[in-house]
Design a binder for this molecule. Sequence first.
Ligand SMILES: Cc1cc2nc3c(=O)[nH]c(=O)nc-3n(C[C@H](O)[C@H](O)[C@H](O)COP(=O)(O)OP(=O)(O)OC[C@H]3O[C@@H](n4cnc5c(N)ncnc54)[C@H](O)[C@@H]3O)c2cc1C
Length: 550
Amino acid sequence: MKEVYDAIIIGSGAGGGTVAYRLTRAGMKVLLLEQGRRYDPLEDFPLGQNNWERWDHFDTQNPDSYVSPPQYLGKRAMGLVSTLHGSPVVQNPRLALNYVRASGLGGTTLRYQAEAHRFPEHAFTMKSLFGIADDWPLSYQELAPYYAQAEQLLGVAGDHRNPFKPAREPFPMPAHPLGCPSQHIAAGAARLGLTLSSNSLAIPTRPYRGRPACIYCRGCGHGCPVGDKGSIDVVMIAPAEATGKLTIKTGARALRIEVNRQGLAEAVIWKGEGGIQRTYGRTIVVAGGAIETPRLLLNSASRSFPHGLANTNGLVGAYLMTHLSVVLVVLFDEPVKSYQGLPIDSRIWDFSSPERVREQGGGFALGVMGSPEGIVSPAMFALTAPGWGRKHKAYMKQYYGAHSSIFGVAEEIPKKENRVRLSETKDTDGVPKAQVSLALRDGDLKLLELMRDRCRELARASGVQEIALYTSIDSMGATHVAGTARMGRDARDSVVNASGQTHDVPNLFIADSSVLVTQGCGDSPSLTITALALKIADHIVAKLKSGNGK
Ligand SMILES: Cc1cc2nc3c(=O)[nH]c(=O)nc-3n(C[C@H](O)[C@H](O)[C@H](O)COP(=O)(O)OP(=O)(O)OC[C@H]3O[C@@H](n4cnc5c(N)ncnc54)[C@H](O)[C@@H]3O)c2cc1C
């Protein structure tokens, strides 16, 4: 007798791990396939080890599968290329996409900074309100109860009195205190009539549901060593495992999804320790992230779906979005202990409505990153400090803790031609690689210019000196990728409906960043992915319980 799971979930990140939680808690028998490995915070992210801050535990290198051809942007982009002390350090063109993520149980939340943002109401109706992008098939009000559940599960600390966000109940925990750089920059923001607010973060300010309070070690991006951060392995997968209903296979890569003669998804072909295997499920949920999900669907072409699974309208892979970002590294005239506190403890939301930035598409947010990205300790800073002996020590004393960053982040308006396709070349498993095409348009450049100018204004108003500028023109490291199997009401212009169910295959669901229609307005996406995954999972449970699993 072949074993049949109620659901097979592919990928264990913000989307997949959350679906596993909800399905198993509802009594469903679930198989979770994760190509990465399981990490143990105490063993794998130890703070006590030499050089802990230089470790990169996750597979984050740019695999040659994600190549976006360089884009030549002309003279105009020279105002946006990275600078150090005012001089450009790289040349036009824009470099290839470096898709940053983590492979492992918990997915990219293993290394996220746990910013937990609800998208504003208008982000769901951008087309109707502003003629930008597309409307979602659901409203903010429909998602709000799931946002609230996601915040409870992730343990979000924040201040609910944010005038730029929808009115809401208090967060599960009070906000984290602002670090020194944010306190200084708050004064500069106030001079410009802007409001700097504490960031909402899935990081506990007090012990929460078995998790300790944050110890402010700044290790979020390396894997939280104490297990307080609301990463999906901790908050979703551990309780799902405790139900006894979840079978987890790590090092297990889904290669293909098979459909039967009735056009229903039937089995997953995957490669694990025991070689190639076929496992059957009543429902199949794809949650490999916005690059791997379309790649898997396109690689699952069959006689019934010759152009790829769920791809009758050719939209699997289309509308790829990343975030546009500008980072201004600034120097205070005295050390402000920028190494203390959380990586991103504050945000300025004044520009998050497209009404505030009419000439551009989409809104954006500003924020403060304590120490510049990557510099989390004296050891890291010493690598950038010049000189030897006394000279080196004097530099460290004067400057360690005096640098910080002001950043701007905007959503990239979805464009059909920005997409994931299958490459001609194959990887070592014989699977065609993903080929990414991603080009900036005029509106994107305008947004980058606007964010650069606002960051500089804020730096001036805060009395700090600009040291370097980086923008996504040439440091194209995308941490927020989304949109390649988007949701919609109409089967002609979307891949899934508002319940994550593919229009083409009734028992095939997608529950990750791929389904996003827009990326908010400078918001980070994981809370929305998690809330959507809870909603999608509820729909799957109802379907399975009604006996209508297929
Ligand atoms: C450095 C960094 C910081 C970030 N900070 C924030 C933040 O503060 N706030 C925020 O909201 N977002 C943040 N993000 C983004 C956020 O982490 C992602 O948007 C989110 O995790 C995406 O969720 P997902 O479910 O789509 O995919 P992922 O979380 O990436 O999970 C996908 C999983 O699927 C697995 N997988 C893929 N293909 C297969 C296959 N064929 N078979 C088996 N397994 C497969 C992968 O190994 C992976 O574990 C950050 C990202 C990075 C890189």
